[in-house]
Write a protein of this length. Structure first.
Length: 127
């Protein structure tokens, strides 16, 4: 397994951001089969916050990210807890959604199939 870690919820400010999904009107992410680089032209056409339209992935920044705690991404754990409170979590045995970054996804490495069940419910929400 590669040591590369991919963040499945990065911002459009990241120079190497790639589109891995589209956020539907219902707020759920629809993954695409192959990542598409977020180009400057695309950034200009969608406005200043492309992460409100697309699920973006990029290199995991680890300790340089506010979500990195105790050598892990705390975001997926917070989202799992919220999904449980709202009773949104699905059975991890359900069919996994397709994912273009699963082999390097930091959430997959931490939580396995459980992360994949929660992932479509996570949309970047800047404060």
């Amino acid at each position: 397994m590669s040591n590369q870690k991919t963040c499945p919820s990065t911002t459009g400010d990241t120079a190497t951001a790639e589109i891995i999904g589209v956020i539907g009107t219902d707020g759920l992410v629809r993954n695409i089969p192959t990542p598409i680089p977020l180009t400057d032209e695309m950034r200009e056409s969608v406005g200043p916050r492309p992460e409100r339209i697309f699920r973006l992935a990029g290199p995991c920044m680890e300790g340089r990210c506010a979500n990195w705690q105790n050598k892990a991404c705390a975001l997926i754990d917070r989202m799992r807890e919220q999904a449980e409170r709202l009773q949104l979590a699905t059975d991890a045995a359900d069919k996994l959604p397709r994912c273009a970054i699963r082999p390097t996804c930091v959430w997959w490495r931490q939580r396995g199939p459980e992360a994949c069940q929660i992932c479509p419910q996570v949309a970047y929400n800047p404060s």
